[in-house]
Design a protein around this ligand. Structure first.
Ligand SMILES: [Mg+2]
Length: 320
């Protein structure tokens, strides 16, 4: 099967939004963006051996490659609309591609996102997705506008994906029932798109949690010219992580494990009362884990009134 047959069979006939004038098939896509909106654009590459193991279920890879991009749009408060997909494959295996597309398009259709273009090449397995979203003028959530005194929140739960990864790396054995629950977190992260909408006009800053709360909140603090403190007793640790790990270890996974793809956001005291209503229709829990503070140092950890020491504080950094 040649490149064009492959595109035709797997990618060209997916559902198309009405604002896509020309999708796959011409030199480039043609789109009518809505008036009075800004475009929000993000891209992410997943490489075999770096971001996932060779035996990852193809449907999971399809889901995750799109989900991590939608998560970045969610962190901006944006509505996802159009994506491109560049896929490099060692060989064109039909069954593999069918499952990959099933994972990819199931999520795309859920959020009414159209695949408008891409590229297929032969080589070591790697997936690059570029996602485009829109947001009403001046309403985007950013990293740089948190203020000292703002409260720090996260959606959902933390640490579940990282514990599944530990199992996959052979570092901790989990029973098959528990693994099934946690692999769902690791392979099928759910981008918090609806939470992102709800936070427009309420949160002062927002980021999605890919590298772990400690590092990602550090990015917000640095961009905003302040610091932050986290109350480790308030962390929404995934229930299975609490059960399978010692307390300090569970806290470390929640802070540094990464790949939770939850949102971390800051809310000024005056907006705190609006938060429950703002997030109610997203159906996702949220909880306060700390506060922005003055200073320039790394994010501080506290356990009640005591400073808390965590032995392996780090976030994910490809070049460190
Ligand atoms: Mg991000």
């Amino acid at each position: 099967m040649g490149e064009f047959d492959l595109i035709e069979r797997f990618f060209a006939n997916s559902a198309k939004r009405p604002d896509v004038v020309l999708g796959i098939g011409d030199d480039a896509a043609l789109i009518t963006p809505p008036e009075n909106h800004q475009l929000v654009i993000t891209t992410d590459t997943l490489v075999e051996g770096v971001h996932f193991f060779a035996d990852i279920p193809p449907a999971a890879l399809g889901h995750k490659s799109l989900a991590v991009n939608l998560s970045d749009l969610a962190a901006m408060g944006a509505e996802p609309r159009w994506v491109t997909l560049a896929i490099t494959l060692p060989s064109a295996r039909m069954e593999w591609l069918e499952q990959f597309c099933q994972g990819f398009f199931e999520l795309a259709e859920y959020y009414n996102v159209t695949l408008v273009g891409g590229d297929t090449t032969r080589g070591p397995l790697s997936i690059t997705v570029t996602a485009h979203g829109v947001i009403p003028m001046e309403q985007a959530l950013t990293r740089h506008q948190a203020q000292v005194g703002d409260w720090v929140y996260v959606t959902g739960s933390l640490g579940g994906s990282a514990l599944a990864l530990r199992h996959l790396q052979g570092q901790q054995r989990l029973s098959s029932e528990i693994l099934e629950v946690l692999l769902q977190r690791h392979y099928y992260p759910q981008p918090r798109v609806l939470s992102g909408y709800g936070l427009r006009g309420v949160a002062s800053s927002c980021i999605d949690l890919s590298d772990g709360l400690w590092a990602d909140l550090g990015h917000v603090a640095k961009a905003s010219g302040c610091s932050a403190k986290i109350q480790v007793n308030q962390l929404p640790i995934h229930p299975q992580v609490k059960l399978q790990c010692q307390n300090d270890d569970a806290i470390a996974l929640a802070l540094c494990g990464g790949e939770d793809y939850e949102l971390c956001f800051t809310v000024p005291e005056a907006m705190k009362g609006s938060l429950d209503v703002a997030l109610s229709y997203s159906g996702i829990e949220h909880c306060c884990v700390g506060q922005m503070i003055a200073g320039q140092g790394p994010v501080e950890l506290w356990q009640g009134e005591q400073p808390y020491t965590c032995c392996h504080l780090q976030g994910w950094d490809h070049f460190s």
